[in-house]
Write a protein of this length. Structure first.
Length: 92
């Protein structure tokens, strides 16, 4: 099953400057693993050494934050759209 994954600008150097790529898998975890196969180095930017999503990385499945679903175990179906959004912090 293929889904479209939107890649944020800071990570596009790993996806050959592609804004959107396709990946396969039944869960967010499987999608991240598939992305790593095709775009080495991407998983370490998204996940920590335990394989958990980094705190500053937000992933949306069809405009819904996966933190309010099942996190990395959130089910994905053919044609879904995933957006990787880096958190923004700072300011006064």
């Amino acid at each position: 099953m293929a889904v479209n994954v939107r890649i944020p600008t800071p990570l596009r150097k790993l996806t050959e400057d592609k804004e959107t790529v396709q990946a396969s898998g039944g869960t967010i975890h499987a999608i991240v693993d598939d992305l790593e196969k095709h775009y080495p180095g991407l998983k370490e930017r998204l996940c920590d050494e335990r394989g958990e999503l980094r705190r500053f990385v937000n992933i949306y499945l069809n405009d819904e934050d996966i933190r309010f679903a099942q996190g990395k175990d959130t089910a994905v179906k053919d044609g879904d759209e995933i957006s990787i959004i880096p958190a923004i912090a700072g300011g006064r």
